[in-house]
Write a protein that binds this ligand. Structure first.
Ligand code: 4AD
Ligand code: MG
Length: 498
């Protein structure tokens, strides 16, 4: 047993007859407690220390700090010097009404222990504003800032709200695999999973890499989407969803792309494209309302921070609404629904297109929309979230249900202000012959899709689903402009530190 622990045990043993072993209170609870000089124990990290007296302590349970006040000269010199920004403390004291402005209660310190020192010369987080770029380099310490504390508490609440939404509607949470055998989805470049010696892989007679000798006896990758496996469960349990990490090895260095992101993918038997669009809208409105109702302090903080960020931008780039107003706007308005072809006409005739302001001009029906087009529709034209449906089949995946016009598929994308595409989904092709024909046309590996095709042979049913990018949702709800700042440890090209 180490000495420290032995010492602690002895203290507890001798102290036990005289003092009740204290339970630690969370700062969030204490700030809501009526003060009556009750004895409390708190533990947390020092944000600031003023006048050798006032400690602002934070334990991550809330955006707010607890003010702990030590009587002058009550703490010995040696300990005083160790109370520095970043140090971890255990404090006991009395909870009293605060005479100062800014907080209802404070703790009058009766004893204080330094659990972990933090050299103020070396601790990178100073009590001042740091740039988000700098904080990304110290992703192990950034959760100790107000901004990242707020974003990560909100992220937790959003994940919880997603599960609650589906659980309340009797959807079954299915864990689809992270390692998959084929790139059936075609959603993007994949990360190879292998245990072979890449410097000297086993080869077959023709000298090609022999994957039969790899761990799984075949080529394997990290999943880009749980959809296809999700469909198998929807065609048994009716309504399911997945919520897990997905991986895309695209070289996209944007504020909206990650190489590792979390996706929520519901899949529903007996839903057509209209039911699917409605579920997407209901889910987004529910989780945004959940944030407004349950994360008030953090959202208010993020609202102010995003207003300050906006104020630093040139007038024409500023968002017309503040964060809280944008959130309310989504919960209170129906989403605008229209077809790709209708949107194409609007964009072709739009001012930025005529004046050649778009980087990609809208000329030929069938072209994919870029985020500049999506944002024009949402932010300038309709000024509300938009659901686009019935896209040209050439720019969408093989599994989307073919419409009778022979040109489009029953796809749907939901577009959000400041974000662009937040949801992508479709009604699925449930007709065996049609699906097989499309797989052949696109020269997809039919043998890898045998099980997916079999779903259409045995008790096929109309069904639909979509994918909601969790970090894009987080960007919207937190007002953070870079997707790298809404996930604890972002993965993007050239970066897998931590
Ligand atoms: O549109 P995507 O590629 O659709 C699918 O993967 C379907 N299999 C989903 C389904 O129907 N079950 O991706 C869905 C969503 C996008 O709308 C976007 O919000 C997010 O996932 N997304 C990303 N988020 C962060 N980084 C990336 N690289 C992303 N790629 C997609
Ligand atoms: Mg998409």
């Amino acid at each position: 047993m180490n000495d420290g622990l032995q010492f602690a045990l002895k203290i507890t043993f001798f102290a036990a007859p005289f003092a009740v072993i204290m339970k630690r209170s969370k700062i969030r609870e204490l700030l809501l407690t009526s003060p009556a000089s009750q004895h409390v124990l708190v533990k947390g990290w020092v944000r600031t220390f003023r006048n050798n007296q006032f400690i602002a302590l934070n334990d991550g349970s809330t955006i707010h700090n607890l003010q702990c006040v030590a009587a002058l000269n009550s703490i010995d010199e040696g300990t005083l010097r160790r109370i520095t920004t970043g140090a971890c403390l255990s404090i006991q004291g009395e909870l009293i009404a605060s005479p100062a402005k800014g907080q209802a209660v404070e703790v009058k310190v009766t004893s204080l222990e330094v659990l972990g020192d933090s050299d103020p010369e070396k601790f990178p987080l100073q009590p001042k504003k740091h740039s988000l770029e700098f904080l990304r380099e110290i992703a192990h310490l950034r959760p100790r800032t107000n901004t990242f504390g707020a974003v990560m508490r909100l992220r937790h609440a959003m994940a919880f709200a997603v599960h609650k939404f589906f659980n309340d509607r009797q959807f079954v949470y299915v864990h689809t695999p992270v390692i998959t055998g084929s790139d059936a989805e075609g959603a993007g470049a994949m990360f190879r999973v292998t245990t072979m010696d890449i410097g000297n892989p086993p080869r077959d007679e023709q000298g090609k890499i022999n994957y039969k000798e790899d761990f799984f006896g075949r080529e394997t990758n990290l999943t880009v989407s749980g959809q296809l496996e999700g469909e198998t469960y929807a065609l048994a349990l009716s309504e399911i969803y997945t919520f897990g990490p997905t991986f895309r090895a695209e070289n996209s260095n944007t504020t909206r792309h990650l190489a590792e992101f979390w996706m929520i993918e519901p899949e529903m038997a007996f839903y057509d494209i209209n039911d699917n669009m409605q579920l997407g809208q209901d889910l987004l409105q529910y989780v945004v309302k959940y944030a407004l109702d349950n994360c008030k302090d953090d959202i208010e903080f993020l609202d102010k921070r995003s207003a300050e960020e906006e104020a630093g931008k040139p007038q024409e780039q500023r968002s017309e609404l503040g964060l809280i107003d944008r959130l309310k706007f989504v919960t209170e308005n129906d989403f605008q629904r229209l077809t790709y072809t209708e949107a194409f006409d609007i964009l072709r005739n739009s001012n930025p297109n005529k004046k050649k302001k778009f980087q990609f001009l809208i000329e030929q029906w069938g072209a994919d929309f870029q985020s500049e087009h999506e944002r024009y529709l949402v932010e300038k034209h309709f000024k509300k979230p938009v659901i686009l449906r019935d896209y040209p089949k050439e720019i969408k995946s093989f599994y989307m249900r073919q419409n009778d016009d022979g040109k489009t598929v029953a796809a749907m994308d939901i577009l959000f202000p400041g974000i662009g595409e937040i949801i992508g989904g479709s009604q699925r092709e449930e007709r065996y012959d049609r699906l097989l024909k499309r797989i052949e046309e696109l020269k997809l590996p039919e043998k890898d899709l045998w099980w997916y095709l079999e779903l259409r042979k045995f008790g096929s049913a109309p069904h639909s689903g979509f994918g909601l990018g969790f970090e894009r949702l987080m960007q919207f709800v937190s007002g953070m402009t870079n997707i790298r700042d809404v996930i604890p440890f972002p993965r993007f090209p050239g970066n897998a530190e931590f």
